[in-house]
Design a protein around this ligand. Sequence first.
Ligand code: EPZ
Length: 419
Amino acid sequence: MEKFIIEGGKPLKGEIRVSGSKNATLPILAATLLTDGVCEIRNIPKLRDTLTMCKLLRSLGKTVEIGPNKVVISGSTNNHVADYKLVSTMRGSFCVLGPLLAKLGKAKVSMPGGCVIGVRPIDLHMKGIMALGVKADFDAGYVIATASKLKGAQMYLGGTFGSSVLATANVMMAASLAHGETIIESAACEPEIEDLGNFLSGMGAKIEGHGTPRIVINGVRKLNGISYKMGSDRIEAGTFLILAAAAKTDILVKDAHYNHLLALVDKLQSIGVDVQKDGADIRVRCKKTLKPGNIVTHPHPGFPTDLQAQYMALMAITPGVSIITDRVFPDRFMHIAELNRMGAQIRRDAGVAIVEGIKQLYGAPVMASDLRASAALVIAGLVAKGKTEIYRIYHLDRGYEDLDGKLTGIGAKVYREKE
Ligand code: EPZ
């Protein structure tokens, strides 16, 4: 295992480029199970999670050729069992359920289980899939599902914590090859769902409304291969915006979708950061002490839960009190203890984090607990005084492509060592 060493306080400046979107890539890779045609997908981020998904596709019968930031997938789906060893490492892999049912009429998919950001139920996935006529059971940690013919249906997919991104994706993929019309009400509106809808349309699916809470799909008999370029990762871009604000500097974030980040941009502007759209990029300028600001995370277009930890690192060094509430994953607060090891003054009270911002964090050994928590520790380490060691950075490698290389490019002193 490797750790990151960060020598904090180096002046950061320049341009940093955003890679292709991890969370759009994962369901799009799963969607290739729906066709026997060749799919070429470009601008794929080279990450542990995308490689795991490629392994899973191979185990289901596909031939996957991996090139630099590109994969070519061909061959037929011929195995319906998605094994525990692959699915348990990454929740995104659960979205092979819909495509397997649509293509083979049966699926045995390991349940993804909970994780460090909280309980991760699958009831909305099952509700949506079963509305399409699937019979499903649970046995020894697996979902075992069969459908002689998928039949379109109207369904409501809202849950206690709002819509579900991957449940919406599972149903969209299954419904694309179902008989008749499917209407998903309270569908997830995340840009990753819009991307998946565009990918499915390019394969020949009849789908409308993706990116809105009402998606209408008219099933077709067959889907084709496709050549497709992934859009950039809004969460990686948002992480860099927050970093620029924390480092009180000027950074051009290249290939960043401004429109996908409006909730974050609005919040940063309201606390005093200058954030401007600059063509296909975003320029962030921040030279002064910021005001504290509360956030509540919500499904898109609200403030994303995947930027909550990074924003907390920024508030930790912003004098004053800010209150952070996560309404999507109410227990996603593992980073509090680690930020406090660096001198932050954050306490958790039931479902909220109360941050008393201070002027300076101090380097310390800290432990990465999940992907976005790790990103928060990197931001904290870069602006802290002294040396920070972040252990278990395999979490970062799941979702940030070449992060150390990119940060070095803007002046940071970050390197890897064996733990
Ligand atoms: C996706 O997970 C992302 N993962 C997550 O990103 C992200 O945090 C999350 O969406 C929310 O934006 C991928 O795309 C691979 P949800 P997903 O189903 O789809 C509840 C990262 O760091 N829920 O939209 O699994 C759930 O508990 C990761 O990149 C149910 O109640 O999340 C949560 O409270 C972490 N029943 C809320 O819905 C269900 O059946 C939203 O979760 C499913 C979910």
